[in-house]
Design a protein around this ligand. Sequence first.
Ligand SMILES: NC(=O)c1ccc[n+]([C@@H]2O[C@H](COP(=O)([O-])OP(=O)(O)OC[C@H]3O[C@@H](n4cnc5c(N)ncnc54)[C@H](OP(=O)(O)O)[C@@H]3O)[C@@H](O)[C@H]2O)c1
Length: 227
Amino acid sequence: MRVGVFGTGVVGQTLAAKITELGHEVMVGTRDVEAAMARTEPGPAGGQAFSEWAAQHSDVKVGTFAEAAAHGEVLFNATNGQGSIPALEMAGAGNLGGKVLVDVSNPLDFSGGMPPSLFVANTDSLAEQIQRAFPDARVVNSLNTVNANLMVDPGQTAGGEHTVFVSGDDQSAKDEVTRILRDWFGWKHVIDLGDITSARGPEMYIALWLRLWLGLGTSMATIKVVT
Ligand SMILES: NC(=O)c1ccc[n+]([C@@H]2O[C@H](COP(=O)([O-])OP(=O)(O)OC[C@H]3O[C@@H](n4cnc5c(N)ncnc54)[C@H](OP(=O)(O)O)[C@@H]3O)[C@@H](O)[C@H]2O)c1
């Protein structure tokens, strides 16, 4: 399958590397290919300097957001929350139409320092803003409750099996993403929370996740739903 991954940070790198390893044809999207390939420092959340990562993953194509969007049959949005709608505008509504868009972004606002606040919450969410801005994209919010490594390898927690969520208006898109989570990444517990408004919960959970990360000193905190 051809997959477009928007984002050159640690999430984009991790998703692209794993999906390529599985044998799919991946293109990572960025605002400016030349600038990304010249980057010698990792992004704010870690990962590798993009130039170094790209050199080690020469089987992954790198293009503009529009080129990655045109390339992908399935798309992942792993861009900075404040840059997500601008990035998707650059990708082009025509390139997103009819495609499953797995939205991994969180609406973090770092302007007030650490920990970040959310620039949208409670009565709206970034996932909803994206779905409203691109009504023909089949947006499924998922994976944004765990760190990048757990997204593609959920089995590495010391605490055992845990849960990931899908939110979206298009049931067949959620079914497709659930299959991807299970078959590509190894998630055993996927809960369908409902329509795209249900993405508010996972996005607001990040406020707790940030405190767990700061308090426990680990980014591996995750959710296990028991009833
Ligand atoms: N880090 C994690 O473990 C984790 C876990 C869960 C969810 N998330 C969420 O996943 C997303 C990606 O996180 P990350 O740490 O990998 O990367 P990031 O640093 O948050 O985002 C990097 C990407 O955002 C793009 N970008 C930044 N500002 C932009 C703007 N104004 N317009 C268009 N594009 C812009 C960058 O484009 P260029 O390539 O052109 O620089 C780059 O591709 C975020 O929304 C984050 O909250 C992260």
